[in-house]
Design a protein. Structure first.
Length: 433
């Protein structure tokens, strides 16, 4: 939310951007990332950290180190590598705990997001005869919807009857917490699980995760948070908010590379005796005795007991590199800068593009993304998007007409926003008939 530290006196013109960059205490972090090259003498304006974050330079070193350890040690690397592979995932814990506001033993890097959603639902979706429905939001990311529908079907339920949707009001984009509360008042006692995002991927809305968790408790439902668009974007306090689980991917704002290893959070209260109610694999076995290959399962401590397979070290390495940068930058400082960057973008859209392009992202509750629609009647939105691309602006398009613009505060600056607006003007003007 905006506070005094995030209010800026925005101005049109390049000077504002230049001065804001000079005053930016986080400006050095930009140098820690690799930007795609210039095209036709135009620098790349990369505003797509919501989809795939840029490569931290340190990631190359960390991956190369593990390749070298593999070459040098072979299988002995599990124990003897500089960062032993057997416990490599633990190197990411502190960083993940800081970003999610969790205790170290409540977070783990493992699998990928949809897999983790299924894994978590296999533990925390516990339907009973009276309470078996799952609630999602109507604009949920397709993978989340598919995951939930298949969980319902696998238990013999009807994915059309037992799936409840929290929708924006007619003609609007934002999800209103009052509407969630009304659903819960009416049918809360039939809902076994709510699976909701921290930040909505399409319109960029930041949901009140604390309130969602509180409502879930009040109505006796389990709640899982999908943090795909929230982690590395907004500060969180998961231990305090206390959802039943959370899961995320690491290739968006976390910059851990395409298909990077995902992660999960399970609160301490669920750690004891949980082993009887979730899917098991050898990596969830207590680390001390895992290699004794006993046929009796003895759970690892904390969330680690949900691990199934040995993790991909080559995928953990870039995550570790990125988390180190987040720890140096600090998520609260990043959030303050992020609100200023999107505030500036919002200002330029209002001042310079009124009647031509507009934000559909809620003003008061957003992450690092502004979802923009082209409303200029003389323009074809898809063509505007393509004209932006041909000027080396990297964004993404979401059907039917949304362009997502996501300045990542770790490596984007105010000049990126200024340049985006300048190139948008060109893209729109070449549209005029
Ligand atoms: C990006 C994203 C996914 C992607 O899932 P993967 O399993 O990592 O391919 C799923 N859900 C949401 C909400 C996302 O934003």
């Amino acid at each position: 939310m905006a506070n005094n530290q995030t209010v800026m006196n925005y101005q049109i013109g390049r000077d504002f951007a230049r001065h804001a960059d000079d005053d930016d205490e986080l400006r050095e972090f930009r140098q820690a990332f690799v930007f795609p090259p210039s095209r036709n003498e135009r620098d790349c304006v990369y505003l797509c950290g919501n989809s795939l974050g840029l490569q931290p330079k340190l990631a190359v070193r960390y991956v190369e180190e593990e390749l070298a350890e593999w070459a040098r040690l072979g299988v002995r690397g599990h124990f003897q590598a500089k960062r032993p592979w057997l416990s490599y995932h633990r190197n990411t814990r502190q960083g993940l705990a800081e970003l999610t506001g969790a205790k170290k033993h409540e977070v783990v890097a493992m699998n990928s997001l949809t897999v983790n959603l299924h894994l978590m639902m296999s533990s925390f979706y516990r339907p009973t005869s009276g309470r078996r429905k799952i609630l999602i939001e109507s604009t949920a990311f397709p993978s989340d919807r598919f995951a939930v529908e298949s969980q319902l079907r696998m238990r013999g339920f009807d994915a059309t009857l037992d799936l409840i949707e929290w929708s924006p009001r007619l003609g609007e984009n934002d999800l209103l917490i009052d509407d969630l509360q009304s659903i819960l008042q009416q049918q809360g006692d039939e809902i076994a699980l709510m699976l909701l995002p921290g930040v909505q991927y399409y319109n960029g809305q930041l949901l009140d995760m604390q309130k969602i968790c509180q409502l879930a408790r009040e109505y006796g439902c389990a709640v899982g948070l999908d943090l795909a668009h929230a982690i590395g974007n907004v500060p969180m306090r998961l231990s305090e908010w206390d959802p039943d689980f959370a899961a995320w991917c690491s290739y968006k704002y976390l910059n851990a590379g395409p298909g990077a290893i995902g992660g999960a959070f399970v609160p301490e209260r669920h750690h004891v005796d949980a082993a009887h109610t979730h899917l098991l694999g050898w990596w969830g076995h207590d680390e001390e005795t895992r290699m004794k290959m006993s046929s009796t399962f003895s759970p690892a401590k904390g969330v680690d007991q949900w691990q199934l397979s040995c993790p991909t070290v080559l995928s953990l390495a870039p995550l570790l590199a990125s988390l180190e940068l987040f720890q140096q930058a600090d998520i609260s400082r990043l959030r303050r800068k992020s609100l200023k960057l999107t505030g500036y973008l919002d200002f330029l859209l209002r001042e310079e593009f009124s009647g031509r392009a507009t934000s559909i992202t809620p003003d008061v509750a957003r992450g690092a993304q502004i979802s923009m629609t082209i409303v200029d009647p003389a323009a074809n939105p898809r063509e505007v998007f393509e004209r932006l691309q041909s000027q080396n602006v990297v964004l993404d398009w979401r059907e039917p007409n949304v362009i997502r613009v996501a300045p990542a505060p770790l490596y984007n600056n105010y000049t990126d926003i200024y340049e985006f607006a300048r190139r948008l003007r060109i893209a729109l003007s070449s549209q005029q008939i």
